[in-house]
Design a protein around this ligand. Structure first.
Ligand SMILES: [Zn+2]
Length: 72
């Protein structure tokens, strides 16, 4: 399992995207603590910082940066 990015929808079960959150391997909530529907759309963690993964949860982004240093 790897980090992944899971969509938070504006309404349960679909509709429009609210924002993306980062989820730790095997976690059942986002890094920021938000409970997500893990069956929603997801992206690989390397989509973080790209146009595909916007808007992105600021809390998750900050935690992910600290936890997973890039360019290492
Ligand atoms: Zn988040």
């Amino acid at each position: 399992m790897e980090y992944r990015i899971v969509a938070e929808m504006a309404e349960p079960g679909g509709g429009t995207l609210k924002e993306w959150h980062m989820v730790r391997p095997d976690a059942v909530v986002a890094m920021c603590g938000r409970e997500l529907d893990m069956s929603e759309k997801s992206l690989p963690s390397d989509a973080w910082g790209t146009e595909r993964a916007r808007p992105f949860c600021h809390t998750c982004g900050a935690l992910f940066l600290r936890e997973v240093p890039h360019g290492a």
